[in-house]
Write a protein that binds this ligand. Sequence first.
Ligand code: SF4
Ligand code: FES
Length: 367
Amino acid sequence: MTVRPPIAMLAELTHRCPLSCPYCSNPVELTRVDRELDTDTWKSVLRQAADLGVLQLHLSGGEPASRRDLEELVSAARDAGLYTNLITSGIGLSERRLKALDDAGLDHIQLSLQGTNPEMADEIGGYAGGFKRKMMVADWIGAIGFPLTLNAVLHRRNLHQLPRAIEMAVEMGARRIEVATVQFHGWALKNRDTLMPTRAQAREADTIVAEARARLKGTLVIDYVPADYHSDYPKRCMGGWGTTGLNIAPDGKVLPCHAAETIPHLSFDNVRDRPLRDIWDHGAAFDAYRGTDWMQEPCRSCDRAKVDFGGCRCQAMAIVGDAAATDPVCIKSPHHGALEARAAAHSEAEADLIYRSPPLRSVEPAE
Ligand code: SF4
Ligand code: FES
């Protein structure tokens, strides 16, 4: 099968982060700082990515601003011809650093929003004063003139704030808002009972997004990730496995998606050992679910097989115990009824938020 080059690469520069969000999709076991790739290795990876055909680089974490060499990496990415997007909570950024990132050639910023007021945002992020700081960062971003996307992660606790989140995106001059209903991967699975939206909330969010899209056409683009446990068809996760994007973990492991390590039988190549092009073209983890040959029924004979590629492999693994199964979000999955029942049960359950572990929270933001 001919393998086309990826369009986008997510570089998870570090798992260090000043926030401790209960919906964090990073793995339960985080990569320690002494296992992170060094600056020169990252620079080589960025050049290899551009040679491979990657156009967009998403710099992520953790909090990517926790890396002191962030500006140097942005500069290297720009030299390699990559479009650079920084995915940040803003907490690790100062005005001086933002200006330095501008000088380095950063193209775009995606700022996360945990809530639309200090009470909600600081509770969800587990960081007192975080909202106030984030609003300052948003002002600096606007003053420098970075194109901005606001990324609002929504769940049962804060879905009522969706209209205000959309207003805030307009007020900040953002070009785009990503309304992302929480996905249950990594640490987030521990908080499914607390964060699962109700079906009524999910339907209301659909209505709010549809109305805002019509009203704000030409002003704000709204990307929407609906509550998939309450959907009839799954999302085309990662645009299709091994099709359009890849992730590099902080230690250099090359992953077909950010949660791929939850699929226990997969083994992952590392940029320390093998060229990136070779990993993309021939790596076992990428070959595992590329295309449609691996599919089982009902996906195999479904007319949507090349529309959604059977949904999310990691979700099939987490819920059905088989990464090659149809994503149970799909109404054709034999497990869909059980998923709906679980979604209803989770969305009525009460539990305390379980924050990320203290070592993460103790990391101070970079100057
Ligand atoms: Fe998608 Fe598979 Fe469901 Fe068809 S059966 S809609 S391919 S998940
Ligand atoms: Fe891994 Fe969807 S998160 S395929």
